[in-house]
Design a protein around this ligand. Sequence first.
Ligand code: DGL
Length: 255
Amino acid sequence: MRVGIFDSGLGGLLTARYVRALHPQADILYYGDTAHLPYGDKSPAQIQSYVRSITAFLCAQGAELIAVACNTASSVAIEAVYDAAGTVPVLDAITPAVRAFQLHRYAEPVGVIGTYTTIRSGIYRTALEKLGYSVQDLATPLLVPLIEEGWLEHPATHAALDTYLSQISGIQTLLLACTHYPLIEPQIHAYYQHVGQKVEILNTAALLAEEIVRNLPPRGSGFFSCWLSDPNPRFLALAERFWEAPILPIPAPIA
Ligand code: DGL
């Protein structure tokens, strides 16, 4: 059974990597919509049209399970994915995270950081408030380009983290609601250590990967294929950062 994982770009490869780590035989079809990256500042209607085509493409390639690694697409375009997937089951990035907050009582207030579109949708705030949590959410749009530039330890990234995280000071749990943010989890920990605050950090990519693995049969062939809608050489180095191995992407039809 092949799982089709997609994202606005390469960040979802981190989810795929977590899947592989948990289930080395998992068969993975990956689609990165690098032609339309980033989704985080696009309108819901625009994102819905992209994800419709991507889902149809992955199903045509034999995906029997679709996983939306992108938090932004999961926030504002999941209905379009369901529509295009038909009878193929769909997993989104939000549900496993919200379920984690339901199954375990995390310390609050809970901070949620993500793209403009994810935060503006209010999807995490609404779901977590329904579970009785107090929530402080914040759009942190500069983090994706800094991570993509590879500036994980750059003073600019530390400055952006200082500026953003000081706006949600007082939180006790932080949800990283974006594909890319786990790559700077050590820097986020360092920030909290520096300011003397104890904050537990959760990331949606790891929670989605666990959910994908729960839905896969125990055996597979370890197949992996990666399509990019714009296989620009700039993206290849980036792909390796998320996947931690060389990648040979196939040009994909543009969504
Ligand atoms: N993949 C997006 C997300 O998880 C981040 C990058 C983008 O804005 O496209 O929200």
